[in-house]
Design a protein around this ligand. Structure first.
Ligand code: GDP
Ligand code: MG
Length: 686
């Protein structure tokens, strides 16, 4: 068994190559920090070769948790070869890591990726020259287009099999540093792995906190060198590495001098005045097209022909009746399963269209610009743009969104991001939005996009409010967002990402939603009536009505105090699309239970309140504390309640002119909200 580790800077294409080599399907995102854990997979066609996809790293001096994961893997798991993926459009920065990888003592092979973009820009890279300078084989590849991948992988396997323990050549620092490293190596305790000697010596020289060295001799050697250069040891090393790279890079690469296409696009898209309007327009288009026009039409077609009144349900009913099936079973199939699962499935076209757009925007590189643009906006409120990446991921599903908050080092910012990430409507909330938009607003153009912008507004205002409290005050950490070059996503990558996400939606419909629909059918058809337990004629007498009726009063001030709405909200915690499933079973038309205003208020509450159990589980894992999880979920619920209340009561007041106790409460909430937004921040008590 041999092991190949993929190492490189964030967003250089490691996961894409990993997927190509192993045939697996890990999430490829066009921004840093997507892969947060090491993932292993077997190479296609080579049963004895394991490939490990690692989180991106800039150097072997880790600052972030995922950098520690990658470094520990490289040093402790002893891969047989390191396949160093290098973003060809950014050689200088990527080679900085290469100089360090070569010091670990494990054979290194270099793959200059994104060669398609390099060539498009008219630049020329000379792999032989790079090979010469860095002392390891170097290939040009494009993980996206598949260029050179096979050849490179073959060489990696060959090295892993036959070059065990042959360390690569590494570059040398100047004599002073080299002799210091030499001394330190000699002082290393005898047990030290011979293979990693140079690596440890360098780390000790840099005074790496994660590597303990408690010999004073080392310290005096380091101090001498530092005194000579009048600089700290870590900077001396970094400086010499960069000097070395700059000294040889001109021989390795010829620049064309053209302005890359990406820069031209960015001059418009990230323009000071145009960036936000363009972003708003694009996201508006995405939601409008996927919910209202294109996706909506497809969904309607399915509903009418498959799950609607004259479709599958009546066909099944007719069939089951004709074979003299028990009435309760017929009802379970037609009114329970087909109505519940069917209404969830009828939104599949909308989900697919949404995911096609999102995958495209992400893959081509536009979404990373959003984080960059948002950083400028967020900074005005004391927030970091780094929080926006989890939110972008969360547009697909909240669980990976919450997980990607792990890349945020600052603990306050991380917690705040975890709390707010699920405000953005995920794929599972889309059916709820679409249902309300079409059934209660006649497919009005603004309803679906408004849900997205409501999410963003909720995130920004929560950010401001939380930041001003004692719990979250503090400075904003700097955020360096790298902008990847734009590229045309391949059909395959968009199709794959869309398929993955849509399929998991369908799978949920076939499992959780199916079970829940049966449960809802049972609970809404059975109950105690006339002193006996059994099937009830009217749903209002069912167990479900009883359960919902016990809590529906809570939602009355928000305009949807019916037991059905209460049940839907409650079951939405299992999975948000279950809300649609519940309505499918309980109503033949949701207009029976809502008007436009109460429907919108219901939507707002359900978009913002606690997410589904899977996402709550993710919150629990990432917060790693019961107290903080409880805080997050309570905050979300209270926030959702306040916004819904304010909205519903305000519109109600405007339209009827009547003032009730609830109007007064809403006014108080609005005033409180404004106060929290605009008050002076509380200083952190040191
Ligand atoms: P990782 O962070 O290193 O795992 O990078 P990913 O595999 O997630 O890829 C980051 C982005 O780079 C994705 O948008 C990929 O589509 C893109 N990408 C990867 N390889 C290539 C390539 O060879 N050419 C181009 N144009 N894009 C690539
Ligand atoms: Mg990755």
């Amino acid at each position: 068994m041999v092991k190949i580790a993929l190492a490189g800077n964030p967003n250089c294409g490691k996961t894409m190559l990993f997927n190509a080599l192993t045939g697996s399907n890990q999430y490829v995102g066009n921004w840093a920090g997507v892969t947060v854990e090491a993932k292993e997979g077997r190479m296609k066609g080579e049963t004895d070769v394991v490939i490990a996809d690692l989180p991106g790293i800039y150097s072997l001096s880790p600052y972030t948790p995922e950098e520690v994961v990658a470094r520990n893997y490289l040093v402790n798991e002893e891969p047989d070869v390191i396949l160093n993926i290098i973003d060809g459009t950014n050689l200088e920065r990527n080679l900085y890591l290469t100089t360090q990888l070569c010091e670990i003592g494990i054979p290194v092979i270099m793959a200059i990726n994104m060669i398609d973009i390099v060539r498009r820009n008219g630049d020329i890279i000379n792999p032989e020259e790079i090979s010469e300078h860095f002392g390891c084989v170097c290939f040009e590849i494009s993980a996206l287009k598949g260029t050179g991948v096979k050849k490179c992988a073959k060489k990696a396997v060959e090295l892993a099999r036959y070059n065990k323990g042959v360390p690569p050549v590494h570059h040398s620092f100047d004599d002073r540093v080299e002799s210091a490293l030499h001394f330190i190596s000699a002082l290393l305790p005898t047990g030290t792995d011979m293979l990693h000697k140079r690596y440890y010596a360098t780390k000790i020289f840099e005074r790496d906190k994660l590597i303990s060295s408690d010999f004073d001799d080392c310290e005096s050697i380091i101090k001498d060198v530092e005194k000579y250069y009048d600089d700290d040891s870590e900077s001396i090393i970094a400086d010499q590495r960069y000097k070395y790279i700059t000294s040889c890079i001109d021989e390795c690469r010829t620049k064309s001098g053209k302005t890359p296409v990406s820069e031209k696009i960015d001059s418009i898209v990230t323009n000071k005045y145009l960036s936000l309007p363009i972003f708003a327009l694009i996201m508006f288009g995405v939601y409008y097209l996927s919910v209202t026009t294109l996706g909506g039409a497809l969904s309607e077609f399915i509903t009418q022909n498959l799950f609607g009144a004259n479709g599958l349900a009546s066909a099944a009913e007719g069939f089951l009746n004709s074979v003299n099936c028990a009435p309760w079973l017929t009802s379970l199939v037609a009114d329970g399963i087909i109505a519940g699962v069917g209404s969830v499935l009828s939104f599949v076209p909308q989900i697919i269209v949404l995911f096609i757009f999102l995958s495209f925007l992400e893959d081509c590189g536009y979404m990373s610009r959003i984080a960059f643009i948002m950083d400028k906006l967020f900074r005005k409120f004391g927030l970091s743009g780094k929080s926006f990446i989890p939110i972008l991921v969360g547009t697909g599903c909240g669980v990976p969104g919450i997980m990607s908050s792990r890349t945020i080092e600052n603990v306050n910012e991380r917690r705040m991001t975890i709390i707010t990430t699920t405000f953005i409507p995920c794929g599972a909330k889309l059916p709820v939005i679409a249902l309300i938009a079409s059934a209660l607003f006649g497919g009005a153009w603004w309803v679906a996009p408004s849900a997205y912008f409501l999410g963003i507004a909720a995130i920004i205002s929560s950010g401001i409010i939380l930041k001003k409290t004692k719990l979250f005050s503090g400075d904003v950490s700097p955020f360096v967002m790298e902008l990847p070059s734009y590229h045309m996503p391949t059909f395959k990558s968009v199709a794959r990402a869309t398929w993955d996400r849509s399929w998991s939606y369908v799978k949920k419909a076939g499992t959780i939603i199916l079970i829940a629909s049966c449960g809802v059918w049972f609970l809404s058809n059975f109950g105690f009536y006339g002193g006996k337990f059994g099937m009830v004629q009217r749903m209002d007498n069912s167990i479900l009505a009883y359960i919902g009726g016990a809590i529906d009063i809570v939602f009355a001030p928000l305009g949807f105090g019916s037991w059905q709405a209460a049940v839907a909200t409650l079951l939405g915690l299992i999975a948000k699309e279950e809300i649609v499933g519940v309505f499918g079973v309980l109503y033949s038309n949701i207009g029976e239970g809502f008007n436009a205003l109460s429907g919108y208020s219901f939507l707002v509450f359900n978009l913002l309140c606690a997410p589904c159990v899977a996402a709550m589980g993710a919150i629990r894992r990432e917060m790693n504390s019961f107290k903080w999880t409880a805080f997050a979920i309570s905050y979300q619920c209270i926030f959702a309640y306040c916004i819904s209340l304010a909205l519903y009561q305000t519109v109600l007041f405007i339209s009827t002119g009547r003032i009730t106790v609830q109007t007064v409460c809403a006014a108080a909430v609005i005033m409180m909200f404004i106060f929290m937004l605009f008050r002076k921040p509380v200083k952190r008590i040191k």
